[in-house]
Design a protein around this ligand. Structure first.
Ligand SMILES: NC(=O)c1ccc[n+]([C@@H]2O[C@H](COP(=O)([O-])OP(=O)(O)OC[C@H]3O[C@@H](n4cnc5c(N)ncnc54)[C@H](O)[C@@H]3O)[C@@H](O)[C@H]2O)c1
Length: 338
């Protein structure tokens, strides 16, 4: 099989490519990636080293039909990760989120239909469902109404609707997955968990939004990759599957777990002004994925964090050169310390 993986140099895409190669070494993979700020050149080196001639990397924009068309035509399946993904950046500059996440998905869908209705798996987020009350036990399911609250989640919601519309209107064979917060190796250091880990390695303070009570569910990135693999192998065409880590944690708990495992001084955890439109709680009911795909998360949050810390310890050469921008962002938040 030949996979076209969009955004395969980003955090989840690159973990998926490694996972797929480990389990399906005979398959070939083409990555289409714009190499935005979110790409570490060392990830490309690492993937080339691991996959060798099974991997072809094309630099390009998913909005560019001339680039997209021959790649979609040549593949057996499109696995679509490419997106602008950082919520804070979507608050500061929403325009590129609309262009990439909506128009880019549209371009890929058009190409997939024209290429003879290629199999298409769309990777999306639980943030499209909006938020849940902090004090409830309610969880999002595949039937939850869409209620996005940031430019990022609104653009992802629009892309999910387009994918469904292309299935209903043109018979494109699609599956969609919506997933909670991923964590693991190869995560760009401006995202919260690697930011906390790497700053605490250096004994620096870490910023926690507001009172740190926002709740997210955290999934080990390889569990997400396994979920996508199962959608591709066993997913019912036209269906959506939700994946979660069964690990709901407040931001305070995330910061405290990392600080505790690193033996860091808890006073390095600093509270800052909150993000506009910061959602109180996301949580996923993944029982459909368990019942229909046989999927469930493979490890506890504490085990995952320990594994992630070990990876960042062993791979300083991967993240250290990226720290300048991440540090600036962290310092900006810390200036709003309360
Ligand atoms: N990070 C999470 O916790 C999470 C959770 C659920 C779903 N998702 C979804 O998973 C996907 C991947 O997320 P991630 O965290 O790996 O993001 P990321 O920002 O690390 O990677 C995104 C990748 O897409 C590429 N890209 C961006 N714009 C492009 C364009 N116009 N053309 C081609 N490539 C482009 C980037 O260069 C990068 O390699 C996204 O669709 C995101 O919405 C992420």
């Amino acid at each position: 099989m030949h996979l076209l993986v969009t955004g395969g140099l980003g955090f989840i895409g690159s973990n998926f490519v490694r996972y797929w190669h480990k389990h399906h070494g005979e398959d070939s993979i083409t990555i289409l990636d714009k190499k935005t700020y979110a790409v570490n050149p060392k990830t490309e080196e690492l993937l080339r080293g691991e996959l060798g001639d099974r991997l072809h990397i094309v630099e390009g924009d998913i909005c560019d039909m001339e680039k997209v068309w021959p790649l979609v035509d040549a593949c057996d399946i499109v696995v679509h990760f490419a997106a602008e993904s950082h919520v804070d950046r979507s608050v500061m500059n929403p325009s590129v989120f609309l262009t990439t996440n909506v128009m880019g998905t549209f371009t890929l869908l058009e190409a997939a239909v024209r290429a003879g209705k290629k199999r298409f798996h769309h990777v999306s987020t639980d943030e499209v469902f909006g938020t849940l009350p902090l004090d409830s036990k309610e969880k999002f399911t595949e039937k939850s109404p869409y209620d996005p609250r940031s430019p990022y989640s609104a653009s992802k919601a629009a892309s999910d609707h387009l994918v469904r519309a292309y299935h209903e209107t043109y018979g494109l064979p699609v599956t969609i997955s919506n997933c909670t917060n991923n964590y693991g190796p190869l995560m760009f250091p401006e995202k919260v968990m690697p930011l906390y880990i790497t700053r605490l390695f250096d004994g620096k303070p870490i910023p926690v939004y507001g009172k740190g009570l926002a709740v997210r569910d955290y999934i080990w990135v390889d569990d997400h990759a396994r979920g996508i693999e199962l959608c591709i192998q066993k997913g019912v065409i036209g269906q959506t599957y939700l994946f979660g880590g069964d690990a709901e944690r407040t931001t305070n708990e995330v910061a405290q777990t990392i600080a505790r495992q690193l033996g860091a001084d808890p006073s390095l955890i600093r509270h800052t002004v909150d993000r506009p439109g910061h959602d109180p709680r996301y949580a996923i009911d993944f029982s459909k994925a368990t019942a229909e795909l046989g999927w469930s998360p493979s490890r506890s949050f504490d085990e995952g964090i320990a594994q992630m810390i070990a990876w960042y310890k062993a791979n300083e050469a991967w993240w250290r050169p990226l720290m300048h921008d991440a540090e600036q962002l962290a310092e900006k938040y810390l200036q709003g310390a309360i």
